[in-house]
Design a protein. Structure first.
Length: 291
C-alpha cells in the first residue's frame, strides 16, 4: 500500500488506502456492495427515470457488483464498469460470463486521469464510495470529466458515505483514527478530520459544474445488535481493519500494536447486545445541460 504523497503519476493507486489488487479486498468489496445496495433499498432507490437510458458507466466499479446487478435488472441497457484494479476487472468479466450478462463490459482505467471514452457516450454516469481515495482538489476534475462523457441531458449520480457513528468507545476510536489518517493524506473535507464532510460538498461540485435539476436523497443503514446487517458489517470491518494496519502505522498517529488493540476492542464491542451504529449515505444526481 502506498500513500497520497508518492508518485503523482498514478494517484488513485496511491491514495486508495487498501490494496487494490488484493484478493481479500476484492472479496470484502463484493460483500460490501451487497450490503450497501440492500441497505439503500435497491439499485436506484430514488426511482430515477431511466426512459431513454441506453448506456450506463459505473466509475471505480471494483469487482463489478453494482454493474452486474444493474445489467441483470435492465437487460436492454448496456452497463460499463471502469476500475484501476486489473484483478477486480478480470473477476467482474468472469462473473458477467458466468451470469450470461451480454450487456456488460469492463475496462481497466484510472478514473483520476481523463476517461478513455468519447464525448457524450453515456446516458448515465454513476459512482459509489470513492471518498476513500479522492483527494480534495480532484473532485471537480472528476465531475467535469464525467459530464464530458455524458450526452446532453444525461444523468450524473454520485453516492457517498459518512461512517463511524456508534455508542461504543473503541469502535468510534478506531474509525476516528482511520479518518485522521485519511485527513493527513488529503482525503475528506473536515478541517478537523472528524468525518469526511463529503455530503455538503457534492451538491456544491455539481452546481459549480452546471448540473441542472439537482436532487438529493439520504439513506441510513443500521447495523446495530439485532439488526439484519450487523453480521455483514462485522465481517466487513474485520477484514477492513486488518487491511488498514500499514496505513495506520505509516500515519504515525499510534503504533501498530496500539491500533490493533483498539481495532480488536472495537470489533468486540460490535458483538455486544447493546451495540448501536449506523452509516449514513447521500445520493446526489442531476442532468447535464442540453447545451
Amino acid at each position: 500500500m502506498t500513500t497520497a504523497h508518492e508518485q503523482p503519476d498514478d494517484v488513485q493507486k496511491e491514495t486508495y488506502v487498501l490494496d487494490t489488487e488484493s484478493g481479500a479486498e476484492m472479496a470484502r468489496l463484493m460483500r460490501q456492495d451487497q450490503l450497501i445496495t440492500q441497505g439503500m433499498g435497491g439499485i436506484f432507490p430514488e426511482k430515477i427515470d431511466l426512459t431513454g437510458v441506453q448506456r450506463i458507466l459505473d466509475l471505480a466499479c471494483g469487482p463489478g457488483g453494482w454493474v452486474l446487478e444493474t445489467a441483470f435488472a435492465y437487460p436492454n441497457i448496456q452497463v460499463v464498469g471502469a476500475d484501476i484494479s486489473e484483478k477486480m476487472i478480470t473477476y467482474a468479466q468472469a462473473q458477467a460470463q458466468v451470469q450470461h450478462l451480454s450487456n456488460t463490459s469492463f475496462h481497466v482505467m484510472n478514473i483520476l486521469q481523463p476517461l478513455g471514452f468519447p464525448d457524450a457516450s453515456f446516458d448515465l454516469v454513476n459512482e459509489r464510495f470513492i471518498v476513500g481515495f479522492m483527494q480534495q482538489q480532484r473532485w471537480p476534475q472528476l465531475v467535469h470529466e464525467s459530464l464530458r462523457v455524458l450526452r446532453p441531458g444525461g444523468i450524473l449520480r454520485f453516492t457517498e458515505v459518512e461512517l463511524g457513528y456508534s455508542n461504543k468507545t473503541f469502535f468510534e476510536k478506531a474509525w476516528w483514527l482511520v479518518l485522521q489518517a485519511m485527513k493527513k493524506n488529503g482525503l475528506g473535507f473536515s478541517p478537523h478530520g472528524l468525518h469526511f464532510s463529503i455530503f455538503p460538498m457534492l451538491p456544491k461540485f455539481f452546481r459549480e459544474a452546471g448540473v441542472e435539476n439537482l436532487n438529493k436523497m439520504a439513506h441510513v443503514i443500521e447495523f446495530s445488535a439485532g439488526s439484519e446487517a450487523r453480521d455483514g458489517f462485522y465481517y466487513d470491518f474485520v477484514n477492513a481493519f486488518l487491511a488498514l494496519d500499514s496505513f495506520i502505522e505509516k500515519s504515525g498517529l499510534v503504533s501498530l500494536a496500539e491500533w490493533r488493540e483498539i481495532a480488536q476492542k472495537g470489533l468486540a464491542e460490535m458483538l455486544e447486545d447493546d451495540f448501536c451504529a449506523v452509516w449514513t449515505l447521500l445520493t446526489v444526481w442531476g442532468n447535464k445541460p442540453m447545451q
